[in-house]
Write a protein that binds this ligand. Structure first.
Ligand code: PRX
Length: 631
């Protein structure tokens, strides 16, 4: 058995002993009495009886040894701003933000929704919330008003923290009008809206509701707000993610388990040492941003880079210039970003001194071999694919180089990470597949390890119903991903079993997009599927049956309606969800019982065999789609 295999085995067979050791990586105000309470499966309660604070572990505890070292490095290639905060400065800013939130009425257990571009105040707000035991809910800035409104209604925030605008490719993206519209649409009304004014877009302020961040910060410039010690099981945040239904789920994370899981992952997987610099190119609106821009690196005592901008502006060397300048030791990105860089002149990879860099971690979507090879050769560093989900908060599959450096295999994110008892189940029989190279659904036997979701926010029943099923004597969590395991124990992920698609590493529910398209007055029916794309991994493609198709024989009329539908999605959900194409058909392929044949549509779009079609109502429906996409 390899050293890592033994490490993993122990995490399962001596679960409590294993995690008790890992728990020593963080500070506890009060030690825990029990490592894992799994008396009510599938609900796992980690480090029961213990008290701690996420902000203390990310910021305060480093003041003793590294107060003057870099903590947060903000770089915007959009505005040209570059700001470096030491741990001491970060501590002061977070306390100011905490005092401001308290002055607006935020108390322990209250929710604070953060709808922000990639600016330091977003990280201050997150850290300030967990400092005072409030629960943050960050909504990706690329989402528009309807997406935002549904999250406001579910999270019911006391305060929303936002800003006038972000910027993308030098174009100002105003946030405030989208936020105002979302609050108008939502049933829940926040008491206060705290606004960071970057002076990039005009803001209309609602009297009595909207507050100016800079003015309030000034009032609390000397604020000293101590960390509130919370139970290890106290929720630290919720983060919305898409599934099969149109309604996004609020993934709820705890405090103690999450802190331990992140500290352990920084050591065993991400090779993070205190005093070094970590650069994750994700966005705080996604789980990678939560775990590996904000909390993970800071908990490890590292500086973290927060980057606003594209990877290719002002040129494709921008990221590498930051690696050189800040001596980045570990970098985390997504395959799509690397594919974008791959289209640029390779000279940019060789213009900077990258000797500080130990490894590049990639996650969020399948990593194809050409992309992996290109970047691994270009950097001359290991590229480590890792597979996980919003729900788990940290890698399920990876290579734990901190325990034992094992070779990677192209196309595989590696092995089951410690704490995860992974099985592959047969789709039809539900039986465990124990042989090599058999395709099955990737499941995790309960309890989920520390750091994973506790439940769906305010909906325990939905958590159980969505993710869990019983097999004799135990409960298993489904990842909704297909996978295989080869003879050496390496896993390969083959895509989702449900209606979730992955566009440029952004997870989207096709049902949400369908609901938005259906709101267009001339749409009778719609099907949205994910279609393989060279650059983005997948793109959304829509097939619409129009209510009034009389004018649609004309190409200009089709283009006009396609444009209108795309605009509807842009306005409601945001540009990230916009389908790449909207095709018009007379009828959608369905089974005789009326079920939409999504997998068949997807197969046809990808020029694959659609499989068994014996139950199809009208075979010409699929032929129409074939003719359209192959035209
Ligand atoms: O389908 C898997 C895919 O992304 C989904 C999770 O997306 P999200 O909740 O946004 O979390 C991303 C965290 C990195 C998974 O169910 N996925 C994620 N990583 C990989 C992947 N597919 C293949 N290879 C990966 N490394």
């Amino acid at each position: 058995m390899t050293r890592y295999a033994e490490f993993h085995r122990r995490s399962i067979t001596d679960r409590d002993g294993f995690w008790r050791e890992q728990a020593a990586l963080i500070d506890w105000q009060r030690p825990f009495d029990q490592v894992c309470d799994y008396s009510h499966p599938p609900f796992a309660r980690w480090f029961v009886g213990g008290q701690t604070n996420l902000c203390h572990n990310a910021v305060d505890r480093h003041l003793q040894d590294r107060a003057e070292q870099n903590a947060l490095i903000f770089v915007s290639s959009e505005t040209g701003e570059e700001e470096v905060y030491s741990f001491r400065e970060l501590h002061a800013e977070v306390q100011r933000m905490a005092a401001v939130l308290q002055s607006l009425g935020v108390k322990q257990g209250d929710r604070v929704l953060v709808y922000m571009p990639m600016i330091p105040q977003a990280a201050f707000a997150m850290l300030a919330c967990v400092r005072i035991g409030a629960i943050h809910s960050v909504v990706f800035g690329g989402f528009a008003s309807v997406s935002l409104a549904s999250r406001i209604d579910d999270a019911q925030p006391t305060v929303i923290v936002s800003a006038d605008a972000g910027s993308r490719a030098s174009k100002v993206v105003a946030y405030k009008p989208l936020l105002d519209e979302a609050i108008r649409l939502a049933e829940w009304k926040p008491a206060k809206v705290l606004l960071v004014d970057r002076r990039m877009a005009p803001m209309e302020r609602v009297a009595g509701r909207d507050e100016d961040h800079a003015a309030l910060r000034q009032q609390h410039i000397d604020a000293q707000v101590p960390c509130v010690w919370v139970d290890a099981t106290h929720p630290s945040y919720t983060l919305y993610t898409s599934g099969t239904t149109g309604r996004p789920k609020g993934v709820q994370r705890d405090t103690g388990g999450y802190a331990v899981a992140l500290a352990a992952s920084m050591k065993h997987i991400f090779l993070g040492q205190p005093g070094e610099t970590y650069f994750s190119t994700s966005d705080i609106g996604w789980v990678v941003g939560h775990s590996y821009i904000v909390y993970g690196p800071l908990i490890a005592g590292m500086a973290t880079i927060m980057y606003e901008g594209l990877p290719i502006r002002p040129d494709a060397g921008i990221w590498w210039s930051l690696v050189e300048k800040y001596q980045v030791t570990a970098m985390f990105s997504a395959p799509t970003a690397v594919r974008v860089l791959k289209k640029q002149d390779p000279k940019y990879l060789h213009q900077y001194d990258l000797s500080s860099l130990r490894a590049l971690f990639l996650a969020g979507e399948p990593l194809d071999e050409t992309t992996a090879k290109w970047i691994a050769d270009g950097l001359g560093r290991p590229v480590i694919d890792n597979y996980w989900q919003t729900e788990t908060g940290w890698p399920i599959l990876a290579i734990a180089n901190g325990i034992e450096p094992l070779p990677s295999k192209f196309g595989s994110p590696g092995f089951a990470m410690y704490g995860y008892d992974i099985k592959l189940l047969d789709e039809h029989t539900g039986e465990e597949l124990t042989g090599a190279n058999q395709k099955g659904v990737v499941v995790i036997e309960g309890p989920l390890p520390p750091g994973c979701m506790q439940t769906v926010w305010r909906d325990d029943a939905r958590f159980v119903k969505t993710y869990w099923h019983s097999v004799p004597g135990k409960m298993v969590y489904t990842t909704f991903d297909w996978g295989i395991r080869d003879e050496d124990g390496y896993y390969f992920i083959l895509g989702r079993t449900d209606d979730v698609i992955n566009v440029a590493g952004h997870r989207l529910g096709t049902r949400e997009i369908e609901e938005s398209i259906s709101s267009h007055p001339n749409v009778a029916e719609v099907a949205v599927v994910g279609v393989a794309d060279q650059l983005k991994g997948q793109v959304a493609m829509a097939f619409v049956v129009a209510k009034d198709a009389s004018g649609l024989t004309d190409a200009a009329a089709r283009m006009k309606l396609e444009g209108e539908i795309m605009k509807t999605v842009d306005e409601q959900l945001g540009g990230v969800a916009r389908p790449s194409r909207v095709h018009f058909v007379g009828v959608l392929p369905k089974t005789r019982s009326g079920k939409l044949l999504r997998r068949a549509i997807q197969a046809v779009c990808e020029q694959r065999d659609p499989g068994d079609l014996t139950t199809i109502e009208d075979p010409s429906a699929l032929q129409q789609i074939k003719d359209l996409v192959c035209a």
